[in-house]
Design a protein around this ligand. Structure first.
Ligand code: PMP
Length: 398
Protein backbone atom coordinates (compact mmCIF):
# COMPACT_ATOMS: atom_id res chain seq x y z
CA UNK A 1 0.00 0.00 0.00
CA UNK A 2 1.16 3.53 -0.80
CA UNK A 3 0.05 5.36 2.31
CA UNK A 4 -0.61 9.06 1.66
CA UNK A 5 -3.03 9.83 4.48
CA UNK A 6 -0.71 11.09 7.19
CA UNK A 7 -2.86 14.15 7.92
CA UNK A 8 -5.57 11.75 9.12
CA UNK A 9 -3.11 9.63 11.09
CA UNK A 10 0.55 8.87 10.50
CA UNK A 11 1.51 5.35 9.45
CA UNK A 12 3.64 3.42 10.10
CA UNK A 13 4.91 4.45 13.53
CA UNK A 14 8.53 4.23 14.69
CA UNK A 15 9.27 0.83 16.34
CA UNK A 16 9.91 2.55 19.67
CA UNK A 17 6.31 3.76 19.75
CA UNK A 18 4.89 0.26 19.30
CA UNK A 19 7.31 -1.01 21.96
CA UNK A 20 6.41 1.77 24.39
CA UNK A 21 2.71 1.09 24.01
CA UNK A 22 3.35 -2.55 24.83
CA UNK A 23 5.66 -1.69 27.73
CA UNK A 24 3.18 0.81 29.17
CA UNK A 25 0.36 -1.73 28.94
CA UNK A 26 2.36 -4.49 30.64
CA UNK A 27 4.32 -2.51 33.20
CA UNK A 28 2.66 0.77 34.19
CA UNK A 29 -0.51 0.14 36.13
CA UNK A 30 -2.62 2.62 38.03
CA UNK A 31 -0.18 5.53 37.93
CA UNK A 32 -0.35 7.68 41.08
CA UNK A 33 -2.93 5.37 42.63
CA UNK A 34 -1.32 2.20 43.98
CA UNK A 35 1.47 1.08 46.27
CA UNK A 36 3.01 -1.41 43.85
CA UNK A 37 6.22 -1.05 41.92
CA UNK A 38 4.23 -0.89 38.67
CA UNK A 39 2.17 1.99 39.99
CA UNK A 40 5.32 3.86 41.03
CA UNK A 41 6.92 3.17 37.68
CA UNK A 42 3.74 4.43 36.06
CA UNK A 43 3.84 7.66 38.07
CA UNK A 44 7.49 8.21 37.08
CA UNK A 45 6.68 7.54 33.41
CA UNK A 46 3.77 10.00 33.64
CA UNK A 47 6.08 12.73 34.99
CA UNK A 48 8.65 11.95 32.31
CA UNK A 49 5.99 12.15 29.58
CA UNK A 50 4.89 15.57 30.84
CA UNK A 51 8.50 16.74 30.76
CA UNK A 52 8.94 15.49 27.19
CA UNK A 53 5.88 17.37 25.95
CA UNK A 54 6.86 20.50 27.86
CA UNK A 55 10.21 20.32 26.06
CA UNK A 56 8.53 19.86 22.68
CA UNK A 57 6.31 22.92 23.20
CA UNK A 58 8.90 25.02 25.08
CA UNK A 59 6.77 25.19 28.18
CA UNK A 60 8.81 25.98 31.32
CA UNK A 61 6.47 24.28 33.83
CA UNK A 62 5.59 20.69 32.86
CA UNK A 63 2.67 20.58 35.32
CA UNK A 64 0.77 22.81 32.86
CA UNK A 65 0.61 19.91 30.37
CA UNK A 66 -2.72 18.11 30.73
CA UNK A 67 -3.23 14.72 29.07
CA UNK A 68 -6.54 14.36 27.26
CA UNK A 69 -8.27 11.73 25.14
CA UNK A 70 -6.95 13.35 21.92
CA UNK A 71 -6.80 16.75 20.29
CA UNK A 72 -10.58 17.05 19.93
CA UNK A 73 -10.96 16.56 23.67
CA UNK A 74 -8.19 19.06 24.36
CA UNK A 75 -9.96 21.67 22.22
CA UNK A 76 -13.30 20.94 23.88
CA UNK A 77 -11.68 21.34 27.27
CA UNK A 78 -10.08 24.66 26.31
CA UNK A 79 -13.26 26.06 24.76
CA UNK A 80 -15.93 24.64 27.05
CA UNK A 81 -14.10 25.15 30.36
CA UNK A 82 -13.21 28.75 29.51
CA UNK A 83 -14.86 31.19 31.96
CA UNK A 84 -17.29 32.75 29.46
CA UNK A 85 -19.69 35.57 30.24
CA UNK A 86 -22.74 36.24 28.02
CA UNK A 87 -21.81 38.66 25.26
CA UNK A 88 -18.14 37.63 25.15
CA UNK A 89 -16.58 37.21 21.72
CA UNK A 90 -14.34 34.59 20.13
CA UNK A 91 -12.36 34.76 16.88
CA UNK A 92 -11.63 31.75 14.69
CA UNK A 93 -10.15 31.39 11.20
CA UNK A 94 -12.10 30.39 8.09
CA UNK A 95 -10.20 27.10 7.73
CA UNK A 96 -11.03 25.51 11.08
CA UNK A 97 -11.71 21.83 11.61
CA UNK A 98 -14.93 20.64 13.28
CA UNK A 99 -12.85 19.83 16.36
CA UNK A 100 -12.55 23.57 16.97
CA UNK A 101 -15.49 25.11 15.14
CA UNK A 102 -18.14 22.80 16.63
CA UNK A 103 -17.30 23.41 20.31
CA UNK A 104 -17.09 27.12 19.50
CA UNK A 105 -20.55 27.09 17.92
CA UNK A 106 -21.87 25.10 20.86
CA UNK A 107 -20.61 27.50 23.54
CA UNK A 108 -21.65 30.46 21.40
CA UNK A 109 -25.19 29.07 21.27
CA UNK A 110 -25.40 28.04 24.89
CA UNK A 111 -23.65 31.00 26.47
CA UNK A 112 -24.79 33.77 24.13
CA UNK A 113 -21.35 34.52 22.74
CA UNK A 114 -20.51 36.20 19.48
CA UNK A 115 -18.06 34.51 17.20
CA UNK A 116 -16.16 36.07 14.36
CA UNK A 117 -14.56 34.29 11.43
CA UNK A 118 -11.46 35.77 9.83
CA UNK A 119 -11.80 35.34 6.05
CA UNK A 120 -9.36 33.30 3.99
CA UNK A 121 -7.37 34.95 1.23
CA UNK A 122 -5.75 32.69 -1.32
CA UNK A 123 -2.23 34.05 -1.24
CA UNK A 124 -1.47 34.90 2.37
CA UNK A 125 -3.65 32.85 3.43
CA UNK A 126 -4.77 35.17 6.26
CA UNK A 127 -4.55 38.90 6.46
CA UNK A 128 -3.20 40.11 9.78
CA UNK A 129 -5.06 43.36 9.11
CA UNK A 130 -8.32 41.44 9.37
CA UNK A 131 -7.27 40.12 12.80
CA UNK A 132 -6.09 43.54 13.91
CA UNK A 133 -9.28 45.23 12.78
CA UNK A 134 -11.44 42.73 14.64
CA UNK A 135 -9.40 42.99 17.81
CA UNK A 136 -9.41 46.77 17.66
CA UNK A 137 -13.12 47.19 16.98
CA UNK A 138 -14.67 44.34 19.04
CA UNK A 139 -13.72 44.85 22.67
CA UNK A 140 -15.93 41.91 23.73
CA UNK A 141 -13.47 39.43 22.19
CA UNK A 142 -11.80 37.34 24.89
CA UNK A 143 -10.33 34.43 22.99
CA UNK A 144 -8.55 34.11 19.66
CA UNK A 145 -8.49 30.49 18.50
CA UNK A 146 -6.74 29.25 15.41
CA UNK A 147 -5.26 26.19 13.80
CA UNK A 148 -1.52 26.21 13.16
CA UNK A 149 -1.76 24.48 9.79
CA UNK A 150 -4.72 23.53 7.63
CA UNK A 151 -5.65 19.85 7.41
CA UNK A 152 -7.20 20.55 4.00
CA UNK A 153 -4.63 22.63 2.09
CA UNK A 154 -1.58 22.47 4.37
CA UNK A 155 -1.22 26.26 4.63
CA UNK A 156 0.71 27.37 7.69
CA UNK A 157 -1.03 30.24 9.45
CA UNK A 158 0.96 33.21 10.78
CA UNK A 159 0.46 32.01 14.35
CA UNK A 160 3.33 33.93 15.88
CA UNK A 161 2.06 37.24 14.49
CA UNK A 162 -1.53 36.42 15.51
CA UNK A 163 -0.26 35.63 19.02
CA UNK A 164 1.52 38.96 19.17
CA UNK A 165 -1.70 40.76 18.24
CA UNK A 166 -3.70 38.76 20.78
CA UNK A 167 -1.19 39.70 23.48
CA UNK A 168 -1.14 43.34 22.39
CA UNK A 169 -4.93 43.54 22.72
CA UNK A 170 -4.99 41.52 25.97
CA UNK A 171 -6.83 38.47 24.57
CA UNK A 172 -6.33 34.82 25.40
CA UNK A 173 -4.86 32.75 22.59
CA UNK A 174 -5.61 29.08 21.78
CA UNK A 175 -3.66 27.16 19.17
CA UNK A 176 -4.89 23.95 17.48
CA UNK A 177 -1.61 22.17 16.77
CA UNK A 178 -3.23 19.01 15.37
CA UNK A 179 -1.41 19.32 12.05
CA UNK A 180 1.78 20.88 13.38
CA UNK A 181 2.88 19.23 16.63
CA UNK A 182 5.95 17.30 15.51
CA UNK A 183 5.87 18.73 11.99
CA UNK A 184 6.73 22.37 12.74
CA UNK A 185 8.58 24.00 15.63
CA UNK A 186 6.20 25.19 18.37
CA UNK A 187 7.21 27.58 21.09
CA UNK A 188 4.46 28.46 23.56
CA UNK A 189 6.35 31.48 24.82
CA UNK A 190 7.43 32.88 21.46
CA UNK A 191 3.87 32.36 20.10
CA UNK A 192 2.34 33.97 23.22
CA UNK A 193 0.03 30.94 23.31
CA UNK A 194 -2.11 30.55 26.42
CA UNK A 195 -3.35 27.12 25.36
CA UNK A 196 -2.11 24.57 22.82
CA UNK A 197 -4.07 21.44 21.86
CA UNK A 198 -2.31 18.52 20.20
CA UNK A 199 -2.87 14.86 19.28
CA UNK A 200 -0.34 12.03 19.53
CA UNK A 201 -1.30 10.10 16.42
CA UNK A 202 -0.43 12.51 13.62
CA UNK A 203 3.01 14.13 13.35
CA UNK A 204 4.12 12.85 16.75
CA UNK A 205 3.78 9.29 15.39
CA UNK A 206 2.02 8.12 18.55
CA UNK A 207 -1.22 6.18 19.11
CA UNK A 208 -4.77 7.50 18.68
CA UNK A 209 -7.01 8.38 21.62
CA UNK A 210 -4.43 10.42 23.48
CA UNK A 211 -3.43 14.06 23.25
CA UNK A 212 -2.63 16.99 25.45
CA UNK A 213 -3.58 20.53 26.27
CA UNK A 214 -1.02 23.02 27.46
CA UNK A 215 -2.73 25.59 29.71
CA UNK A 216 -0.74 28.55 30.94
CA UNK A 217 -1.27 29.69 34.51
CA UNK A 218 -2.94 32.85 33.12
CA UNK A 219 -6.05 30.97 31.99
CA UNK A 220 -8.61 30.41 34.75
CA UNK A 221 -10.18 27.31 33.17
CA UNK A 222 -13.06 25.87 35.15
CA UNK A 223 -13.46 22.17 35.92
CA UNK A 224 -14.75 20.22 32.97
CA UNK A 225 -15.38 16.75 34.36
CA UNK A 226 -15.68 15.52 37.91
CA UNK A 227 -14.13 12.27 39.12
CA UNK A 228 -11.27 10.66 40.98
CA UNK A 229 -7.79 12.10 40.69
CA UNK A 230 -5.98 9.69 43.02
CA UNK A 231 -5.34 12.47 45.51
CA UNK A 232 -7.06 10.78 48.51
CA UNK A 233 -9.22 13.84 48.99
CA UNK A 234 -12.50 13.37 50.87
CA UNK A 235 -14.03 16.45 49.25
CA UNK A 236 -17.03 16.22 46.98
CA UNK A 237 -15.43 18.07 44.06
CA UNK A 238 -12.03 17.80 42.36
CA UNK A 239 -9.33 19.98 43.88
CA UNK A 240 -8.59 22.93 41.65
CA UNK A 241 -5.03 21.96 40.85
CA UNK A 242 -3.67 21.59 37.30
CA UNK A 243 -3.12 19.02 35.84
CA UNK A 244 -5.05 16.78 38.30
CA UNK A 245 -8.33 18.67 38.00
CA UNK A 246 -8.50 17.77 34.28
CA UNK A 247 -7.08 14.23 34.47
CA UNK A 248 -9.94 12.51 36.21
CA UNK A 249 -10.28 8.73 36.08
CA UNK A 250 -7.64 6.06 35.61
CA UNK A 251 -4.70 7.47 33.68
CA UNK A 252 -4.17 5.83 30.24
CA UNK A 253 -0.48 5.14 30.82
CA UNK A 254 0.20 2.92 27.76
CA UNK A 255 -1.01 5.68 25.44
CA UNK A 256 0.75 8.46 27.36
CA UNK A 257 4.01 6.54 27.43
CA UNK A 258 3.76 5.86 23.69
CA UNK A 259 2.86 9.49 22.97
CA UNK A 260 5.99 10.58 24.82
CA UNK A 261 8.05 7.99 22.92
CA UNK A 262 6.78 9.47 19.65
CA UNK A 263 7.59 13.01 20.79
CA UNK A 264 11.08 11.92 21.85
CA UNK A 265 11.61 10.18 18.54
CA UNK A 266 10.58 13.37 16.71
CA UNK A 267 12.97 15.50 18.76
CA UNK A 268 15.84 13.03 18.33
CA UNK A 269 15.24 12.73 14.59
CA UNK A 270 14.87 16.51 14.41
CA UNK A 271 11.82 18.44 13.22
CA UNK A 272 14.06 20.15 10.66
CA UNK A 273 15.25 16.78 9.25
CA UNK A 274 11.68 15.46 9.06
CA UNK A 275 10.51 18.65 7.42
CA UNK A 276 13.31 18.63 4.85
CA UNK A 277 12.38 15.11 3.76
CA UNK A 278 8.69 15.96 3.57
CA UNK A 279 9.25 19.27 1.79
CA UNK A 280 11.40 17.66 -0.91
CA UNK A 281 8.63 15.13 -1.61
CA UNK A 282 5.97 17.83 -1.39
CA UNK A 283 7.75 19.86 -4.07
CA UNK A 284 7.98 16.75 -6.25
CA UNK A 285 4.27 16.08 -5.76
CA UNK A 286 3.26 19.66 -6.54
CA UNK A 287 5.48 19.76 -9.66
CA UNK A 288 4.01 16.47 -10.82
CA UNK A 289 0.43 17.60 -10.23
CA UNK A 290 1.07 20.84 -12.09
CA UNK A 291 2.16 18.84 -15.14
CA UNK A 292 -1.16 16.97 -15.24
CA UNK A 293 -3.68 19.02 -17.23
CA UNK A 294 -6.73 17.39 -15.61
CA UNK A 295 -5.65 18.26 -12.08
CA UNK A 296 -6.56 21.39 -10.11
CA UNK A 297 -4.59 22.06 -6.92
CA UNK A 298 -6.17 24.23 -4.21
CA UNK A 299 -4.43 26.76 -2.01
CA UNK A 300 -1.00 28.29 -2.51
CA UNK A 301 1.95 26.13 -3.53
CA UNK A 302 4.88 27.74 -1.70
CA UNK A 303 6.36 24.70 0.03
CA UNK A 304 8.10 26.73 2.73
CA UNK A 305 4.67 27.94 3.91
CA UNK A 306 2.96 24.56 3.75
CA UNK A 307 2.87 21.29 5.61
CA UNK A 308 2.95 18.29 3.24
CA UNK A 309 -0.81 18.26 2.70
CA UNK A 310 -2.22 18.81 -0.78
CA UNK A 311 -5.85 19.08 -1.83
CA UNK A 312 -6.72 18.63 -5.50
CA UNK A 313 -9.41 17.42 -7.85
CA UNK A 314 -9.61 15.87 -11.28
CA UNK A 315 -11.74 18.13 -13.44
CA UNK A 316 -15.29 16.79 -13.71
CA UNK A 317 -14.68 13.87 -11.32
CA UNK A 318 -16.20 13.24 -7.91
CA UNK A 319 -13.39 13.31 -5.32
CA UNK A 320 -14.83 10.30 -3.47
CA UNK A 321 -14.97 8.13 -6.59
CA UNK A 322 -11.39 9.03 -7.56
CA UNK A 323 -10.27 8.30 -4.00
CA UNK A 324 -11.89 4.88 -4.10
CA UNK A 325 -10.47 4.13 -7.53
CA UNK A 326 -6.99 5.09 -6.35
CA UNK A 327 -7.17 2.56 -3.58
CA UNK A 328 -9.03 -0.23 -5.37
CA UNK A 329 -6.95 -0.16 -8.52
CA UNK A 330 -3.63 1.37 -7.51
CA UNK A 331 -3.26 0.54 -3.80
CA UNK A 332 -2.97 4.21 -2.89
CA UNK A 333 -4.51 5.19 0.45
CA UNK A 334 -5.59 8.79 0.87
CA UNK A 335 -8.70 10.69 1.80
CA UNK A 336 -11.42 12.32 -0.28
CA UNK A 337 -14.30 14.53 0.83
CA UNK A 338 -14.53 17.38 3.32
CA UNK A 339 -11.92 16.17 5.85
CA UNK A 340 -14.15 17.36 8.75
CA UNK A 341 -13.56 20.95 7.67
CA UNK A 342 -16.44 22.16 5.48
CA UNK A 343 -15.60 25.77 6.36
CA UNK A 344 -12.27 25.30 4.60
CA UNK A 345 -14.05 23.93 1.52
CA UNK A 346 -16.38 26.90 1.58
CA UNK A 347 -13.28 29.11 1.63
CA UNK A 348 -11.54 27.41 -1.30
CA UNK A 349 -14.74 26.87 -3.30
CA UNK A 350 -14.89 23.05 -3.21
CA UNK A 351 -18.01 22.67 -1.08
CA UNK A 352 -20.31 22.14 -4.11
CA UNK A 353 -17.82 19.69 -5.65
CA UNK A 354 -18.00 17.23 -2.74
CA UNK A 355 -14.68 18.45 -1.36
CA UNK A 356 -11.25 17.41 -2.56
CA UNK A 357 -8.86 14.51 -2.81
CA UNK A 358 -6.18 14.98 -0.17
CA UNK A 359 -2.69 13.51 -0.28
CA UNK A 360 -0.65 13.99 2.88
CA UNK A 361 2.94 12.92 3.34
CA UNK A 362 4.97 11.90 6.35
CA UNK A 363 8.47 10.91 7.35
CA UNK A 364 7.99 7.38 6.03
CA UNK A 365 6.62 8.47 2.66
CA UNK A 366 8.96 7.64 -0.23
CA UNK A 367 9.50 9.07 -3.69
CA UNK A 368 8.03 5.83 -4.98
CA UNK A 369 4.76 6.50 -3.08
CA UNK A 370 4.47 9.98 -4.60
CA UNK A 371 5.31 8.69 -8.09
CA UNK A 372 2.71 5.95 -7.71
CA UNK A 373 0.07 8.64 -7.12
CA UNK A 374 1.27 10.81 -10.01
CA UNK A 375 1.32 7.85 -12.41
CA UNK A 376 -2.12 6.71 -11.30
CA UNK A 377 -3.57 10.21 -11.74
CA UNK A 378 -1.92 10.50 -15.14
CA UNK A 379 -3.47 7.20 -16.10
CA UNK A 380 -6.96 8.07 -14.81
CA UNK A 381 -6.66 11.48 -16.51
CA UNK A 382 -5.69 9.83 -19.82
CA UNK A 383 -8.59 7.40 -19.67
CA UNK A 384 -10.95 10.28 -18.89
CA UNK A 385 -9.46 12.35 -21.67
CA UNK A 386 -9.83 9.54 -24.22
CA UNK A 387 -13.35 8.64 -23.18
CA UNK A 388 -14.27 12.35 -23.33
CA UNK A 389 -12.77 12.49 -26.81
CA UNK A 390 -14.64 9.35 -27.79
CA UNK A 391 -17.86 10.89 -26.49
CA UNK A 392 -17.33 14.09 -28.42
CA UNK A 393 -16.29 12.19 -31.59
CA UNK A 394 -19.43 10.08 -31.45
CA UNK A 395 -21.46 13.24 -30.82
CA UNK A 396 -19.82 14.82 -33.89
CA UNK A 397 -20.66 11.74 -35.98
CA UNK A 398 -24.26 11.80 -34.88
N1 PMP B 1 -7.75 19.90 14.32
C1 PMP B 1 -7.29 19.60 13.10
C2 PMP B 1 -6.79 20.71 12.23
C3 PMP B 1 -7.24 18.28 12.65
O1 PMP B 1 -6.78 18.01 11.44
C4 PMP B 1 -7.72 17.25 13.51
C5 PMP B 1 -7.71 15.79 13.07
N2 PMP B 1 -8.12 15.57 11.78
C6 PMP B 1 -8.18 17.61 14.79
C7 PMP B 1 -8.18 18.93 15.16
C8 PMP B 1 -8.69 16.58 15.75
O2 PMP B 1 -7.72 15.64 16.11
P1 PMP B 1 -8.16 14.24 16.75
O3 PMP B 1 -9.06 13.59 15.74
O4 PMP B 1 -6.88 13.52 16.90
O5 PMP B 1 -8.85 14.51 18.03
Amino acid sequence: MHYLDNAATSWPKPEIVYESLDQGFRQFLSAKRGTSQTSRHGAAALDAARQTLAELLHVPDASRIVFTGGCTQALNLAIQAFPWQPGDGIVISALEHHALSRPVRKVAREKQLEFYVVPYTDEEPFSLDAYEQLLRTKPNIRLVATMHASNVIGSILPVEAIGRLARQYGKYYLLDAAQSAGALPIDAQRFNADMIALPAHKSLYGPPGIGALYVSENVPLQTFMEGGTGSDSGEHAVRLVVPDMFEVGTIPMPQIHAMAAGAEWVMETGIETIRQHETRLLQHLLDGLKALPEVIVYGHTHVERKTPVVSFNLIGKQPKSVGELLFDRYDIALRAGFHCAPMAHQAIGTLPLGGTIRASLGYYTTLDDVDALLNALGHIGDVTHHSDRKDSLSEERQ
